[in-house]
Design a protein around this ligand. Structure first.
Ligand SMILES: [Zn+2]
Length: 421
């Protein structure tokens, strides 16, 4: 016998309303089991016989997170999906859960748009766009934490650190790559990765998680360094605990933690490119960073970058970027859960730029299958989406220039040492 079910998703977590729904279901002759389904941010699901439920793609309803009261913000978690435009989110949603579902990112109640052009090019790179997001200044492509004249500017992370807050940077690519680098180093060219690694350590960021090619001395086979510096020795002198595998992650208790892992962004669609077994997921890294940083009662600033959307879009591969966007979305969920509990945490999700000029063409809502068109294998000039959840999230609605984002964050966190203009 095939059991046919009817599913009703309730957004409420209030006991009274739940009880009312259960009572009315009994009166109306519905029967079934009540249970809680956190995965889709719902609290009550009940069903009866006689209707059809497709468990899987279309089971996830369009739900959205609540607006939280405008409490004082203590913590900010900034997610940067490298290369992630609106079409990437739409493609991932349609493929993973159908067009009527919602990614966790898309459940965030406030949306905005961000203009991404750099000082010298309508099409930005990650260095200039990242510098805009970290320092609030326009700069030329390739510049890290400095303006178009090479003048260094304080970053939002440095301002938070100087105010006594804890700080963290997580990436699924090299820690010395542009996006993490712009928050804790200042150089004219993104190619100066050997120097960037040293500066990032001296910036005394509490949590640094990413790939470590430029943090190993050149004697180490994993190293990309050409000089004789040993960043690991420097890290130890600065008080860092250093780990390089997933097994050491859960028990690592340190005020300064440097986690260097291998192949965080592998093309997992290719069987020969499996992530090494000792490589943690972005969810595990985000979870650990939040556990460590939240010990500081003054608050923290954490940036989490996922690189795979950009990588997958440079090679025009939907399967590649969707896989990585799914992992990114799962990491955002970790932050959303933290913010729901904490009520003093702002979660922002945006991108540095769009990659690929992606568009969706023919497709069917029922199958979740669609055709894609790519305008380029490089970056595009499209504005990128911004999603906000937490106190004062409404400050991020509308079209913003990317340089406005850190200024609003600094104002909301009372970081007086961050320039307002
Ligand atoms: Zn790129």
């Amino acid at each position: 016998m095939i059991v046919k079910l009817n599913i009703i998703v309730m957004k409420t977590k209030r006991f009274f309303i739940r009880s009312l729904v259960i009572a009315s279901s009994l009166i109306l002759g519905y029967w079934g089991i009540t249970f809680f389904l956190d995965r889709v941010n719902t609290s009550l699901v009940y069903y009866k016989s006689g209707e059809t439920l497709v468990i899987g793609r279309h089971a996830v309803e369009a739900v959205s997170l609540p607006q939280l009261p405008d409490n004082q913000i203590r913590n900010v978690i900034l997610f940067i999906g490298d290369g992630m435009g609106l079409s990437h989110l739409t493609a991932a949603r349609t493929n993973l859960m159908g067009p009527d579902g919602r990614l966790h990112i898309e459940q965030m109640p406030v949306t905005g748009l961000v203009a991404t052009h750099s000082a010298d090019d309508l099409i930005t790179d990650s260095a200039a766009a990242g510098t805009a997001l970290s320092c609030g200044v326009k700069t030329t492509n390739g510049s890290i934490g400095v303006d178009a004249n090479g003048q260094r500017h304080i970053t939002i992370l440095e301002a938070a650190r100087d105010a006594g807050l804890s700080t963290g940077l997580i990436t699924t690519t090299s820690l010395a790559d542009a996006t993490p680098a712009v928050f804790a180093s200042h150089v004219r060219s993104r190619g100066m990765k050997a120097e960037i690694a040293l500066q990032m350590l001296r910036a005394r960021v509490n949590v640094l998680f990413g790939e470590g090619e430029y943090f190993y001395p050149k004697t180490d086979p994993r190293s990309e360094r050409k000089d004789n510096e040993n960043p690991l020795t420097l890290a130890q002198e600065l008080g860092y605990t250093i780990i390089d595998n997933k097994e050491d992650l859960p028990n690592a208790e340190a005020n300064f933690l440097l986690g260097l892992f291998e192949d965080l962004t592998t093309d997992r669609m290719k069987p020969e490119m499996q992530a090494p077994v000792l490589t943690p997921s972005l969810v595990e890294l985000t979870d650990k960073a939040l556990a460590l940083l939240s010990c500081n009662t003054k608050g923290f600033f954490l940036m989490v970058e996922a690189e795979g959307v950009d990588h997958g879009s440079h090679v025009n591969r939907p399967d590649y970027f969707i896989e990585h966007l799914k992992n990114f979305d799962a990491a955002v969920k970790v932050a959303i859960d933290f913010a729901l509990q904490d009520k003093h945490t702002l979660v922002l999700v945006t991108a540095d730029h769009e990659t690929g000029g992606l568009n969706l063409l023919d497709g069917s809502p029922a199958s979740g299958q669609f055709e894609v068109a790519w305008a380029t294998d490089r970056h595009s000039g499209q504005p990128v989406p911004l999603f906000a959840f937490g106190p004062h999230a409404m400050r991020f609605t509308g079209l913003k220039d990317n340089t406005e984002i850190p200024k609003i964050v600094a104002e909301l966190m009372n970081l007086d040492n961050f320039p307002k203009d």
